[in-house]
Design a protein around this ligand. Structure first.
Ligand code: NAP
Ligand code: 8YV
Length: 326
């Protein structure tokens, strides 16, 4: 590997440009930038050969071919707690460490999940339109069929964010049960190993698992239909976790009551059918999207790179990554 003339380690910021990341890295590293896959391909062999760290600033994917461009790559510091856009198995084959940004966004995303649930069952968006269009002067908004009262929430996923959502539901006096592959340590809610069984026992699902192969279409037609006509689904996980076609069919046929979605199968493209439905509340993947939380996530992207190249352990390695002893 050729050393850079500055003596600093070379790192690449891959994805959307972010001042906090570029500025945070620039004092310590020689920083290169590639916004798209095309930019990445235009990096010279000499520079690519020097790059030892990559900061991923959005949902651009880090696959085997991308990593192959950088023979000296040691660490990929990825923005976001979800890392389904990073081929961690390919990284592991080459002993490349992958880090993510957990914890700093947990409460923010949980706020959005609860807000989305309430907005969905109590029809906030339609009620807002009712006021703006002047209809209130002609009579009151109809009583909502949906309510949190009498509802039981089945959490799909009971990790960091799932537990933060469950705490909010506790405060709202809404009973909680959950499904995950293994019972969560230190959690008192009833655990269902079988998702269909849980769906039969509740009327509401709040989905907050990782994306990727192990959860693809986990919430399928059978699960959706098991909720019954009062059923509500909130998804703040990844669009891939729900069978979107099955969800659209169930909403159209009124097999379930409503859905609140922050994530979609093919973002930013949201199916016309979903957009046309009156019983959906749709958000543009904004679970963590406040300035304070996104800044904290950016800072953690920077701090993971700084820690590793200062000879320390990475701060927040993903569980599957090979963390080398320091
Ligand atoms: P976490 O602490 O790792 O929790 C993940 C939970 O999902 C665990 O309870 C886990 O339990 C469960 N799970 C994993 N694979 C599963 C499977 N195949 N079937 C059933 N349950 C499964 O992660 P977190 O910090 O809570 O974040 C969760 C996810 O939220 C992220 O990965 C990301 O996709 C999403 N997210 C979305 C936004 C947004 O803006 N909408 C923001 C942040 C995060 P087991 O391992 O026992 O199954
Ligand atoms: C980000 C997320 O919006 O952390 C995650 O997993 O989904 C969100 O916080 C996402 O990473 C988009 O860049």
């Amino acid at each position: 590997m050729t050393a850079g003339t500055s003596g600093k380690v070379d790192v690449l910021v891959y994805g959307q440009p972010k001042p906090l990341v570029s500025e945070g890295l620039s004092g310590v590293f020689t920083v290169h930038a590639a916004e798209s896959r095309g930019d990445l391909d235009r990096i010279s062999e000499a520079v690519a050969g020097r790059i030892r760290g990559v900061a991923i600033t959005g949902l651009v994917s880090a696959d085997k071919a991308m990593m192959a461009r950088f023979p000296g790559l040691e660490l990929i510091s990825s923005f976001g707690v979800g890392y389904d856009h990073v081929d961690w198995a390919a990284a592991r084959e080459r002993s490349i460490i992958v880090t993510n940004t957990p914890d700093v966004l947990t409460e923010e995303v949980a706020d959005v999940a609860l807000g989305l649930l309430i907005a969905t069952v109590r029809e906030f968006v339609a009620a807002d339109r009712f006021v703006r269009s002047g209809q209130w002067a002609r009579g009151n908004y109809p009583l909502t069929q949906g309510s949190l009262r009498g509802r039981t929430v089945g959490m799909v996923g009971m990790g960091r964010i799932g537990q933060a959502i469950a705490r909010r539901l506790d405060a709202s006096l809404v009973p909680v049960v959950y499904h995950s592959r293994n019972p969560a340590a230190g959690v008192g809610y009833k655990h269902y190993a079988n998702l269909v069984e849980m769906a039969k026992a509740v009327d509401t699902l709040v989905v907050i698992t990782p994306g990727g192969a192990s959860t693809a279409k986990l919430v399928n037609a059978e699960v959706i239909d098991a909720l019954g006509p009062n059923g509500v689904i909130v998804n703040v996980a990844r669009g891939s976790v729900i069978d979107e076609d099955a969800l659209i069919a169930a909403l159209k046929a009124r097999k379930i009551l409503a859905a609140g979605l922050d994530v979609f199968a093919n973002e930013p493209n949201v199916p016309e059918e979903l957009r046309a439905l009156p019983n959906t509340v749709l958000l543009p993947h904004v679970g963590s999207a406040s300035i304070i939380t996104r800044n904290a996530m950016d800072q953690l992207v920077v701090d993971n790179l700084k820690a590793w190249f200062a000879g320390q352990a990475p701060l927040t390695p993903i569980p599957e990554t090979p963390v080398k002893g320091r």
